[in-house]
Write a protein that binds this ligand. Structure first.
Ligand code: XCC
Ligand code: SF4
Length: 655
C-alpha cells in the first residue's frame, strides 16, 4: 500500500496525491500528518473565553482521577470540566447554526430583491411551492401577483432571524407531539439570531455554569438551524431556482475536460453559481472561449455549492471537501470560484504551482492571494460573466503539467422530499404511504440519513462508503446530503443498479420496483431540512407511531469535521433521532457531559448521540436502534416473515 492509499479509497484522489507529492504541493493530508490534533482541545477541555486563561483541564495520565482531584480540576474562574466541555460544544453549535442561517438569510434577502424586481436575471421558478408557503404562513393569495405574494413571504422569512419572542414558524411543520415536547423542555426556538447570541452570552466567562442548562440552549439554537435557517434556505431556494427532480449526472475529477475551459464552483451558496451556470451557456461567452482555443466551457462543483447546482441543473461534481486542493493539482482548472464555508486558505498557494485563478466572491469571505470579484445580486449576470471571462482568459496560460484522472461515475441526484413523495406514491396520489407500507411489511428495515464532511484524520471516503454499504446490505434505505453523498456517488452507490449489487433482498426489491437507487441524494447540507420534512411526512402518513422518535430511523456523520455537522447532529437528536458520529468526539474531557449527550438526551428528546469511529460497528448501532423501534411499533415480526419468504423463494429457485 502506498502512502496515498492509506489516505483515501478514491482512485482519483490517490492519483492526485501522488502528483501533488511530485509537484511539491502541500495538501491538507500532509498538514494533518504533520500536526496531530491537540489532545486537550480535542476532548473539549481547553477554555480560552477570558484573559485569566486559557485554562487546560487535563486528566491524570493512564488512571482515573480521584474525587479530590476532580474537585480541584477547574479553570481560574472555577469552571469545571463539565462546564467547559458543554460551553465548547454549544459554541460549536453556535458556529454551525450561524453558518447555515446566515446562508438562509442571504437567500431571503435575494428572494425579497427578486420579488421587488430589484435583482434582474432571477425569477421565481416554483409557483406551486410559493403558493403552498403562502397558505402555510397566512399570506393573502387572492388575485395578487406571485411577486406581491413573494414580497410578504420574503419579509416574514427575514423577520424569523430577528424574532424576539414566540416560536419559529416552521416548528409548526413538526408532528404535534414533537412541538409539545419542545415546549415542555423549553427548547422551542425564538429568532435564529437570538438563540445564537444567547449561546455566546451564556458561554461568556461567569454566566451559565450548569452543563445541562448550557446543552439545552445548544439544542434550542440547533433547532433554530434545522427548523429555521436551513429550512428557510432550502424552501426559498426551491421557489427561486426550482425544486429538484431526479436527474443523471457524473462525479469525480474525471469530469474535468482537457480541451475546455474548466471552472470549478466551490462553497455553499447557490445564489451566484446559479448565474454562472447561465453565463457559461451564454453564446457570447462560448464564442470567447472558442476564440481562446477551447472547445467550450465546462462547469463542475466541489462541496455544497456543487450539490446545489447538481440538484437543479445536473452540473457534474468534481469532488468532495478533501478534493478541493487535488482538483487544482490536475493543472486543468482555469478558475476556482468560491463563496462561503469549507474553503481551504491554502488554495491560492496550491494554485501558484499551476495557472489556476482563485476567485473569492463574498464580502464575508476574502482570502489573501485570491482575486476578489464581488457578487452583486442586483447585477448578478454581470458579476457571473466577469467570473466566467476571467476563467476563459486564463485558459491559454495553462501549463503542460496537466493530468486529469479518468475516474468518473454516473449518479442520480435530485431527490427532494417532494419527489420522494411522487416517486413512491405516483404523481396523482403523492404520499409516503408506499414507503411506510414497505417499512411496515419489513422489506425496508428502516431509513438512515448518512451525511456530513470528509476529515483527513480518517481515510478519505472509506468511513462513509463502508457504513453505507453495510446499511443497505441490511435493508436500510439511505438518504444523503453533503460530501457524504459524493463519497457514495464515487463508489457507484447512487445509481439504480447499485440495488441489485449491494442492497439486501428486501430493499433491492423495492428499489427495483420503483426504479430508484438504494441511496438517495437529497442535496446540500442545508437540505438536511429535507430529511426533517421526510421523517415528518412518514409520521403523518401513519402506521409508524406519532412522533419522529417512534420511527425506525437513524442518522450519522461518519467523517464529520465542521461545526455545522455538530449543529445538524444536535437538531436531529433534538428532533428525536439516534445520531452517531465518527472521527472523534468533542466532549470526552467530561464523562458527565458525554454520558448526558449519549444517554440523558433520550429521556428528554427520544433521540441521542453516539460516538463510534468504526463504520461497521456504527452501522450496527444504527440497525440495532432501528430494530428497537420496529419492536416497539410491533412490526418486528413482519420482517422475520419477509426474510422467511425470501429464504423459501431461494430454496424453490434452487429446486
Ligand atoms: Fe463542508 Fe457542505 Fe461538511 Fe462538506 S459536508 S465538508 S460542511 S461541504 Ni456539509
Ligand atoms: Fe479559564 Fe474560566 Fe477564563 Fe475559561 S473563563 S479561560 S476557564 S478563567
Amino acid at each position: 500500500m502506498t502512502d496515498a492509499e492509506t489516505r483515501s479509497i478514491d482512485k482519483a484522489s490517490i492519483e492526485m496525491l501522488e502528483k501533488a507529492a511530485s509537484d511539491g504541493v502541500n495538501t491538507a493530508f500532509d498538514r494533518a500528518e504533520e500536526m496531530s490534533p491537540c489532545p486537550i482541545g480535542m476532548v473539549g477541555s481547553c477554555c480560552k473565553h477570558c484573559g485569566m486563561g486559557p485554562c487546560r483541564l487535563t486528566l491524570p495520565r493512564g488512571r482515573t482521577e480521584t474525587p479530590g482531584e476532580k474537585q480541584k480540576r477547574r479553570g481560574v474562574c472555577g469552571a469545571t470540566a463539565e462546564t467547559i466541555a458543554a460551553r465548547n460544544f454549544i459554541r460549536m453549535i453556535a458556529g454551525g447554526a450561524s453558518a447555515h442561517s446566515d446562508h438562509g438569510r442571504g437567500v431571503a434577502e435575494l428572494f425579497l430583491a427578486v420579488a421587488k424586481g430589484e435583482a434582474p436575471g432571477y425569477t421565481l421558478k416554483d409557483e406551486q411551492k410559493l403558493l403552498q408557503l403562502a397558505l402555510e404562513w397566512g399570506v393573502e393569495i387572492g388575485t395578487r401577483s406571485n411577486e406581491e405574494i413573494a414580497i410578504d413571504i420574503g419579509e416574514i422569512a427575514l423577520k424569523e432571524f430577528g424574532r424576539q419572542g414566540g416560536e419559529l414558524l416552521f416548528l409548526r411543520r413538526a408532528p404535534l407531539k414533537r412541538q409539545e415536547l419542545w415546549r415542555q423542555q423549553g427548547v422551542a426556538p425564538r429568532g435564529i439570531d437570538r438563540e445564537v447570541v444567547e449561546i455566546m452570552h451564556r458561554t461568556h466567562m461567569g454566566v451559565d455554569q450548569d452543563y445541562q442548562n448550557l446543552l439545552k440552549q445548544g439544542t434550542r439554537a440547533a433547532l433554530a438551524d434545522g427548523w429555521g435557517g436551513s429550512m428557510i434556505a432550502t424552501e426559498l431556494q426551491d421557489i427561486l431556482f426550482g425544486t429538484p427532480t431526479p436527474l443523471l449526472s457524473q462525479v469525480n475529477l474525471g469530469v474535468l475536460k482537457k480541451d475546455e475551459v474548466n471552472i470549478i464552483i466551490h462553497g455553499h451558496e447557490p445564489l451566484l453559481s446559479e448565474m454562472i451556470v447561465a453565463a457559461a451557456e451564454d453564446p457570447e461567452m462560448v464564442e470567447l472561449a472558442k476564440s481562446k482555443g477551447a472547445k467550450g466551457i465546462n462547469l463542475a462543483g466541489i462541496c455544497c455549492t456543487a450539490n446545489e447546482i447538481l440538484m437543479r441543473h445536473g452540473v457534474p461534481l468534481a469532488g468532495n471537501f478533501l478534493q478541493q486542493e487535488l482538483a487544482l493539482v490536475t493543472g486543468a482548472v482555469d478558475a476556482m470560484v468560491v463563496d462561503v464555508q469549507c474553503i481551504f486558505q491554502s488554495l491560492p498557494d496550491v494554485a501558484q504551482c499551476y495557472h489556476t485563478k482563485i476567485i473569492t466572491t463574498s464580502p464575508k469571505a476574502k482570502i489573501a492571494g485570491a482575486i476578489h470579484i464581488e457578487f452583486d445580486e442586483h447585477k448578478a449576470m454581470e458579476s457571473a460573466k466577469e467570473v466566467v471571462k476571467t476563467a476563459i482568459e486564463n485558459f491559454p496560460r495553462r501549463g503542460s503539467n496537466i493530468r486529469i484522472p479518468e475516474e468518473r461515475h454516473d449518479l442520480i441526484a435530485g431527490f427532494s422530499h417532494e419527489t420522494i413523495n411522487y416517486l413512491l406514491g405516483g404523481l396523482f396520489r403523492a404520499s409516503y404511504r408506499p414507503l411506510n407500507d414497505n417499512i411496515i411489511n419489513g422489506r425496508i428495515r428502516g431509513v438512515a440519513g448518512v451525511v456530513g464532511c470528509n476529515n483527513p484524520r480518517v481515510t478519505h471516503d472509506y468511513v462513509h462508503v463502508a457504513m453505507i454499504k453495510e446499511l443497505i446490505k441490511n435493508d436500510v434505505l439511505v438518504v444523503q446530503t453533503g460530501c457524504s453523498a459524493m463519497a457514495a456517488a464515487k463508489a457507484g452507490l447512487l445509481v439504480p443498479e447499485a440495488a441489485a449489487k449491494y442492497a439486501g433482498e428486501g430493499l433491492a426489491s423495492v428499489c427495483e420496483t420503483v426504479g430508484i437507487p438504494p441511496v438517495l441524494h437529497l442535496g446540500a447540507c442545508v437540505d438536511n431540512s429535507r430529511i426533517l420534512m421526510a421523517v415528518t411526512a412518514m409520521v403523518k402518513d401513519g402506521g409508524l407511531g406519532d412522533d419522529i422518535s417512534d420511527l425506525p430511523v437513524a442518522g450519522a456523520a461518519p467523517e464529520w469535521m465542521s461545526e455545522k455537522a455538530i449543529s445538524i447532529g444536535q437538531y436531529f437528536v433534538g428532533s428525536g433521532v439516534f445520531t452517531v458520529f465518527g472521527v472523534n468526539w468533542p466532549t470526552l474531557g467530561s464523562d458527565e457531559v458525554t454520558k448526558f449527550l449519549f444517554e440523558g438526551s433520550e429521556a428528554m428528546y427520544g433521540g441521542m448521540w453516539a460516538f463510534e469511529p468504526d463504520p461497521i460497528k456504527a452501522a450496527h448501532l444504527m440497525i440495532e436502534h432501528i430494530d428497537k423501534k420496529r419492536k416497539a411499533l410491533g412490526i418486528d415480526k413482519a420482517r422475520e416473515r419477509i426474510l422467511y419468504d425470501m429464504e423459501m423463494r431461494r430454496e424453490l429457485d434452487a429446486v
